[in-house]
Design a protein around this ligand. Structure first.
Ligand code: CP
Length: 314
């Protein structure tokens, strides 16, 4: 059987996203109704979670999700495994993937997860790299569809033609938004400080009509269905913190930006957030913010994703 990895958003097709978004809604419904859903109980399935960077949401959502599916988890970090003592990533992949059914990795360079996947016998999921964060964008899209469903209920119809305003760093989240926009037919309004722009080649997109760039973040928010941002300094770039604080000072999502978006616009943030930096407390704790549902939805979409990668369509 061909192994499917989820290393970038574009590793799945639009049709597969339509299935996953519907399946996540089904799985979430069972969770909310306290009904068992144990596709990984017999035979027992195990997920290895490898963290080379800190995490709260990714750790809890994958671990709780795997147990809720009837499976189990192994948690590894650089500090408590041979990964931190220079064992080649290829050797680690060969060994770990003989003992588990799925691997989730949070690491630095995308090339590292790609090297792991190339030597893995089981599906590998990107839990964040410097370049991409596909599980987060999957959760964000699911949340957007939940709040703003299409009249006929088709999740892809709900996304097609939407405008997403990205305010801040041209980072892994921005790159992944661009991949999603290209694949699913919406537009990203990107506003970054000079020197922190998105790079379409690095983002892995080929069409230039899926995003527009704006010098002024307020203009990027005009008419948006969703306004979203991330911390000014992503993990791994802490040495740039002071320089970034100066460069990003005008890229704080505030009530004025939200007023320029559509009246029913939502605000999302992948979290953790720094109130007073990339977003004001009034916005993230305000009526248009859906960040807590967005965080919870990581678990539901990842349950659908793990089930799909291991068992296909059910
Ligand atoms: N959004 C996100 O990936 O959160 P964590 O860093 O806490 O996993």
């Amino acid at each position: 059987m061909t192994i499917r990895h989820y290393l970038q958003f574009k590793d799945l097709s639009a049709d597969e996203y339509a299935y996953l978004l519907r399946r996540a809604a089904f799985i979430k419904g069972k969770f909310k109704a306290f009904e068992k859903h144990h596709p990984f109980a017999d035979p027992d399935r195990t997920l290895a979670m490898i963290f080379e960077k800190a995490s709260t949401r990714t750790r809890v959502s994958f671990e709780a999700g795997m147990y809720q599916l009837g499976g189990s988890v192994v948690h590894l970090t650089t500090g408590d495994s041979q990964l931190g003592r220079a064992e080649p990533i290829e050797d680690s992949a060969k060994v770990i993937s003989r003992m588990v059914d799925l691997v989730m990795i949070r690491t630095f360079e995308q090339t590292k997860i790609e090297r792991f996947a190339a030597h893995s016998r089981v599906p590998v999921i990107n839990g964040l790299t410097n370049e991409f964060h596909p599980c987060q964008i999957l959760a964000d899209l699911f949340t957007l569809v939940e709040y703003r469903p299409a009249p006929g209920g088709d999740p892809l119809d709900a996304l097609r033609g939407k405008v997403v305003a990205w305010v801040g760093d041209g980072n892994n989240m921005a790159n992944t938004w661009l991949q999603a926009a290209e694949l699913l037919g919406f537009t990203v309004h990107v506003s970054t400080p000079s020197g922190y722009e998105v790079d379409p080649a690095l983002a892995g997109i080929t069409r230039s009509d899926c995003f527009k760039t704006f010098k002024d973040p307020r203009e990027a928010c005009a008419g948006a269905d969703l306004v979203t941002t991330d911390v000014w300094t992503s993990m791994g770039f802490e040495a740039e913190n002071e320089v970034r604080r100066a460069a990003f000072a005008q890229w704080c999502v505030d009530e004025d930006m939200m007023r320029r978006a559509r009246p029913d616009a939502l605000f999302m943030h992948c979290l953790p957030a720094h109130r007073g930096e990339e977003v004001t407390a009034e916005v993230i704790d305000g009526p248009q913010s859906v960040v807590w549902d967005e965080a919870e939805n990581r678990m539901h979409v990842q349950k659908a994703l793990m089930e799909y990668l291991l068992l296909g369509r059910l």
